[in-house]
Design a protein. Structure first.
Length: 244
């Protein structure tokens, strides 16, 4: 997975390189919109720049007068140019989350894993529970699932506290599985340091509102539950898409 993220980061730099220093139009746009110049880059359309503000993308004319909201598509090739950038951005953001802050359920031995996906989950979400009850089926399809927590109810709620208890358990995989059956997870003593708040904020930064939310190796997202065989097919299709 690390090599995938590195490749994606390089792709991100290649396909959405920011405007060069001294680009008068980019500097004018930045001043007009209150953005940093590095968040502005030339688009494939002459006289139009792509701008990025956090996770949002838009397009603006070089004179900083007209702004276009929406995705840019190359009708000749069918390539969804804005979505390519959006996927790269997701991978860059997720890549900042350390591997040891995720709970992974992978095929055994790990060498047979074809795909590794990140799934934002809530222990009290019905479809999250259904997905996890079939974890062996996903693994059988060569899919490794790395869980990040997104308790939708927010801080200081039962779902949040359960997520913390799962993380602070001696066997996190076992605790997560039990939590998703509705079992009460308790921790002896004080809670340990945990990444729940970090992962919750990351999900919000990515615009995630519901669970389960899957992030594919190419940065594409899929909301909701999907059976293992259908997910394997989607992952195969996603891996075959042009990378820009």
């Amino acid at each position: 997975m690390k090599s995938t993220l590195v490749a994606a980061a390089l792709l991100f730099i290649a396909v959405v390189a920011p405007a060069q220093a001294g680009d008068a139009a980019a500097e004018k746009i930045a001043k007009q919109l209150g953005l940093k110049v590095e968040n502005i880059r030339p688009s494939p359309i002459a006289g139009v720049y792509e701008i990025q503000h956090e996770r949002e993308f838009a397009y603006v004319t070089a004179d900083a007068r007209y702004l276009l909201r929406g995705d840019l598509v190359d009708l000749k090739t069918g390539e969804e140019l804005t979505e390519v950038h959006r996927r790269s951005d997701r991978l860059e953001v997720i890549g900042k989350l350390a591997q040891n802050k995720l709970i992974e359920f992978a095929p055994a031995p790990p060498q047979i894993a074809k795909y590794t996906i990140t799934v934002f989950t809530d222990v009290d979400c019905g479809y999250c529970r259904k997905l996890h009850s079939e974890i062996a089926q996903y693994n059988a399809q060569g899919i490794a699932i790395r869980y990040a927590f997104f308790p939708r109810s927010g801080p200081d709620t039962d779902s949040w506290r359960t997520a913390e208890a799962v993380w602070c358990s001696a066997d996190r995989q076992k605790a997560l599985t039990e939590a998703k059956t509705g079992a009460t997870i308790k921790v002896k003593g004080k809670l340990c340091d945990n990444p729940i708040a970090e992962e919750y904020q990351l999900a919000q930064d990515l615009g995630i509102r519901g669970t389960p939310m899957m992030v594919f190796p190419n940065g594409e997202v899929f909301p909701g539950y999907i059976p293992a065989t259908a997910l394997a097919q989607k992952l195969a299709e996603a891996s075959a898409k042009p990378k820009g």
